[in-house]
Ligand binder design. Structure first.
Ligand SMILES: [Zn+2]
Length: 456
């Protein structure tokens, strides 16, 4: 081997693994053939294939993730020819599609490259990304991705991974291709929707077990199923709806009511799942892509600009500025009120949106009263300033849905209240977090008590 290139190849191997298998060796040679200096070739390959990528499991996948690594067993594989667009130089290209699974779930994938294996094989993919396609999260393998076959993988066998995996609701991920679960129907309603121009009746509602709740949609009739029923579902699909995974019951989905004697063995009942959710820590909400119907509590640390009285377009409900909508031009705006506040519980902070009904409750003023304040103060910011003074530092509990977007986690409140939890309990908890050592903590306790907080 050329002495000049050996150290570079060693370095690439350390950073990127087996160069032969992944095809990086060939890429390196190609660059050298174009008279790229070995040093520069190495740097460019390190940049291109990323030395340290995030390693994810199927359950971690959500929409629009970039350059991560994932390993899974191919459950299904097919290929189709894609006709190039008119005027394109190349001939038809092949798209490989299928399902990849690990012990946490299964996901649909599409690849522009031929896979280094077939159904049943375990494949490692680097520089993979995800897309949302038809409301589903899809694993994408592009030109920049590297694939290699893993011969002796500890992943479960093909037969174990095939079929739908039975999961608790909290473990159902946004990317799950096919899931099974046993859950209680907490809410259920019928609605008419247009599907490809045809009026169809769908059932939507909420499922619950001892770990949480998820929305569901059934595109088929569910005879004998009603609120309070405990059902077993197999082969349901997960689709994204308003940033939230939702369980879809389709033609191919099996469902059946759970028999009473079997239901007795489950860790939940209709009564237990119907209870209000216990508040959880903000860090737990922050750590997940989305959570449906959860409760949390914290202090208002800031009220964000854009809170207060706003105008909405009567056509599309977008917030408008200067009586002009981005989509509908000059319109007569409709007055609305909302509050965006940041709650902090010491474990993390969360941006919470309070729509008008809740904004009126936590602010203690109606939209009309807030308008009066704006008029009497002759200031656009009067309501915002008043909100800041009134809300900052208050302790609030909220219940609603959280979802991650490119701007971070946002939480839309559906309920809000001032918790009755004893103030003293919270102060003790706070001191406990602040106290670095036991004896030090004692001292802080007395100082803070002297500072005006009455623990008694
Ligand atoms: Zn509009």
């Amino acid at each position: 081997m050329d002495e000049k290139i050996a150290p570079h190849l060693e370095e690439l191997t350390r950073a990127l693994g087996d160069l032969e298998k992944t095809g990086i060796r060939a890429e390196f040679e190609k660059l050298l053939a174009f008279r790229v200096p070995p040093e520069v070739a190495k740097e460019s390959l390190l940049r291109k294939f990323g030395g340290k990528s995030k390693v994810l499991k199927v359950k971690d996948l959500s929409g629009n993730l970039k350059s991560f690594e994932i390993t899974g067993r191919v459950l299904d594989l097919g290929e189709k020819s894609i006709r190039p667009q008119d005027g394109a130089q190349e001939g038809p290209s092949k798209l490989y599609t299928g399902i990849l699974a690990d012990e946490t779930g299964s996901v649909m994938f599409s690849s522009w490259k031929e896979l280094p294996g077939s159904t049943g094989d375990v494949i490692n993919i680097r520089n993979a990304y995800t897309r949302i396609w038809q409301n589903r999260v899809r694993l994408s393998i592009g030109e920049q991705s590297l694939m290699s076959k893993i011969p002796d993988s500890p992943l479960p066998s093909l037969s174990e991974l095939s079929g739908s995996q039975t999961k608790k609701l909290i473990d159902i991920g946004a990317a799950d291709f096919s899931v099974g679960t046993a859950a209680c129907v907490l809410q259920l309603s019928h609605r008419e929707v247009l599907v490809r121009g045809r009026q169809s009746r769908v059932i939507s509602g909420v499922l619950a077990d001892e770990t949480g709740r998820l929305p569901f949609t059934a595109w088929i009739e569910l005879p004998g199923i009603d609120i309070g029923s405990i059902i077993r579902i197999e082969g349901a699909q997960v689709r994204m709806f308003r940033g939230m995974p939702s369980v879809n019951i389709l033609n191919g989905t099996k469902f059946s009511p759970v028999k009473p004697e079997e239901a007795g063995k489950l860790a939940f009942t209709f009564e237990s799942t119907g209870k209000d959710p216990d508040p959880i820590r903000i860090e737990e909400i922050d750590s997940r892509d989305s959570m449906f119907d959860v409760a949390t509590a914290g202090n208002v640390v800031s009220v964000r600009p854009g809170s207060g009285i706003i105008s909405r377009c009567p056509e599309c409900s977008r917030v408008i500025q200067k009586a002009s909508c981005r989509a509908h031009g000059k319109v007569e705006g409709i007055r609305d009120m909302r509050i965006k506040a940041v709650l902090d519980d010491g474990t993390g902070s969360l941006s919470v949106m309070f729509p008008r009904e809740l904004a009126e409750i936590i602010y203690g003023k109606t939209l009309e009263e807030a308008e009066q304040l704006m008029i009497s103060d002759i200031s656009k910011d009067a309501v915002y300033e008043d909100l800041r003074r009134f809300l900052t530092g208050r302790y609030l509990a909220v219940r609603g849905n959280s979802s991650k977007s490119e701007y971070g986690i946002s939480f839309v409140a559906e309920k809000a209240w001032v918790p009755e939890e004893d103030l003293a309990v919270r102060v003790v908890k706070l001191l406990h977090r602040l106290g670095p050592a036991e004896e030090d903590g004692q001292e802080r306790n007395s100082q803070v008590s002297g500072g005006g907080i009455d623990l008694a």
